[in-house]
Design a protein around this ligand. Structure first.
Ligand code: ADP
Ligand code: MG
Length: 515
């Protein structure tokens, strides 16, 4: 009997574009084309009555039926609902992402047959809540998510593969410091990595989950809309359809401005029309503050890694927005180095994810790993306490950001009264000393503590970050022999029964075990 080999599939679930890659028979990663024949699928969803349409057609629909189109849902992940009501319905952002994943799966299946095991990528700067939501999206789309991997790390792995570091001879090469600058459509990530032979070690990571090419587009939209307003006294941004159409025009003009010194944008609204010319210089001036934010974050992250530019061997650029000449110019000026755009800007992340999937599948069959990844946490983990003097809710940091993962931190709490049976610990991620300015992960509820413990009994809570940045909590009561039940009651996550309902609705699959 021949054993079917399970394909090693990696998915780059981007804010604006997504890509799927798999390893071929020789172990080489390659991206798959979708049903439309493209390597990239727009991460855009059109809700058309009972039909849900994902990709190119949905992207086109922005110009004619914007109110029914969900774009940039990844930006809202971690919040309860997508910012826009679609056909009278509020969707959780991870559900919109699940529709995208479902389309990617159906299209990939046409080429590689049925599969369910995948690695999905996340921005390095995603917090724990967003990481979980991404795994939930995978579950709702019918996948078994083998792991999530940070996008810059995936890009570095693809780079390492391309450089030949992952083969046997490669492991003897000198350690290299690589700074990955990833400017996509909706997020910005920067990660400083050390590649030591087949080890990929993240030293520091930073970023912005609300900064990307989309913001550059919006500046062009503003320039064009204001020019239109001056001429015709109407603002196309006020009408969703005119605004959607204008955005499409501007995103296109932005791409033109990467290769030409000027571009034109057509705008029609209320029976008036205009052709607005924009120069590259004008565009660069209008977006300088956005570029500066990436410059600042890049410098910060290098500092957090304890390195100087002279220590950096490669400045690796990924993400579609690095095609803007201003990015290269800024990085050249900042680092004194020539940026390296040798990996495929929009495919490297998916390729790296498929290599990671291959690694996990091989390990499950008992093979030794061909490379290893070491990650850091992108946000500090803290527990909330109340300041006895001011009554303010304070964040007590337990695990500072940029700590190598996995890591476990212990915090001992004391029961307040005799025979106390439960405690509740509120967990946050973030850098602010004020708990309310951090991201709330949820409340860890410890129930069924042993009976009749005296007041002031110690209860140890262990907070454990897994290698991929997901959090697990365990509780130990010194002296008690049994495991104490505990769970994280999350604020902005879908409950299991909702995940199951969506899973059935999106891909017709029954519930399975999922933690
Ligand atoms: P994400 O992973 O966040 O979806 P990608 O890495 O796929 O993003 O990059 C998509 C972004 O890159 C979009 O904002 C798109 O407009 C931009 N982009 C793609 N090509 C160009 C180009 N030639 N010039 C400028 N921006 C571009
Ligand atoms: Mg990306």
């Amino acid at each position: 009997m021949t054993r079917e080999t399970i394909p090693a599939v990696g998915i780059d679930l981007g804010t604006t574009f997504s890509a799927v890659a798999k390893l071929d028979e020789r172990g080489l990663p390659l991206t798959l084309v979708n049903a439309e024949g493209d390597h990239l699928t727009p991460s855009v969803v059109l809700f058309d009555g009972d039909d849900v349409i994902v990709g190119k057609e949905a992207l086109k629909a922005i110009a004619v039926e914007a109110p029914r189109v969900a774009e940039c849902s990844k930006r809202d992940v971690g919040h309860r609902a997508f910012h826009k009501t679609l056909q009278g319905k509020k969707y959780p952002p991870e559900v919109i992402e699940a529709f995208i994943l479902d389309k990617l799966r159906r299209d990939a299946q046409l080429q590689i047959g049925p599969f369910s095991k995948v690695v999905i990528t996340v921005p390095a700067y995603f917090d724990e809540v967003r990481r979980k939501a991404t795994q939930d999206a995978g579950y709702m789309a019918g996948f078994e998510v083998l792991d999530i991997i940070n996008e810059p790390t995936a890009a570095a792995v693809a780079f390492g593969f391309q450089q030949g570091y992952l083969n046997e001879e490669g492991s003897t090469s000198e350690p290299q410091h690589v700074l990955v600058y990833d400017l996509g459509g909706g997020t910005f990530d920067v990660t400083v990595m050390e590649i030591r032979g087949t080890e990929f070690i993240a030293l520091a990571t930073d970023g912005d989950v609300r900064l990307g090419g989309y913001d550059w587009d919006q500046r062009l939209v503003d320039i064009a809309a204001e020019s239109f307003l001056r001429r015709h006294k109407f603002d196309p941004r006020e009408d969703p359809i005119a605004a959607g159409k204008l955005w499409r025009e501007c995103e296109d003009a932005k791409r033109t401005l990467s290769v030409r010194s000027k571009a034109a944008v057509a705008c029609d609204h209320k029976g008036c029309s205009a052709r607005i010319e924009i120069t590259r210089r004008q565009f660069e001036e209008a977006t300088l503050d956005l570029l500066d934010r990436t410059r600042f974050t890049t410098a910060q992250s290098l500092k957090a890694a304890g390195l100087d530019w002279s220590d950096i061997d490669r400045l690796l650029l990924v993400g579609g927005s690095i095609r803007m000449p201003m990015v290269h110019a800024m990085l050249r000026q900042l680092s004194g180095k020539e940026p390296d755009a040798s990996v495929a800007a929009d495919e490297a992340v998916a390729l790296g994810a498929s290599l990671h999937a291959g690694l996990i599948l091989a390990q499950r069959q008992g093979n030794p790993p061909t490379f290893t990844i070491k990650n850091v946490n992108s946000h500090s983990l803290g527990v909330v306490g109340v300041d006895p003097l001011t009554g303010r809710r304070r964040n007590g940091t337990l695990i500072p950001r940029n700590t190598p993962l996995p890591v476990t931190a212990k915090r001992t709490f004391k029961t307040r009264k005799e025979n106390q049976r439960s405690i509740l610990v509120e967990i946050v991620e973030g850098e602010s000393p004020s708990a309310d300015d951090c991201t709330r992960i949820g409340k860890c509820s410890v129930r069924r503590l042993p009976e009749n413990m005296p007041a002031q009994s110690p209860v140890d809570v262990l907070f454990h970050y897994e290698p991929n940045g997901r959090l697990k909590v365990r509780v130990i009561v010194p002296g008690a022999d049994r495991q104490i039940a505990t769970e994280i009651v999350r604020e902005n996550s879908l409950a299991k029964e909702h995940l199951d309902g969506w899973r059935k609705f999106i891909c017709g699959l029954e519930p399975t075990e999922y933690r």
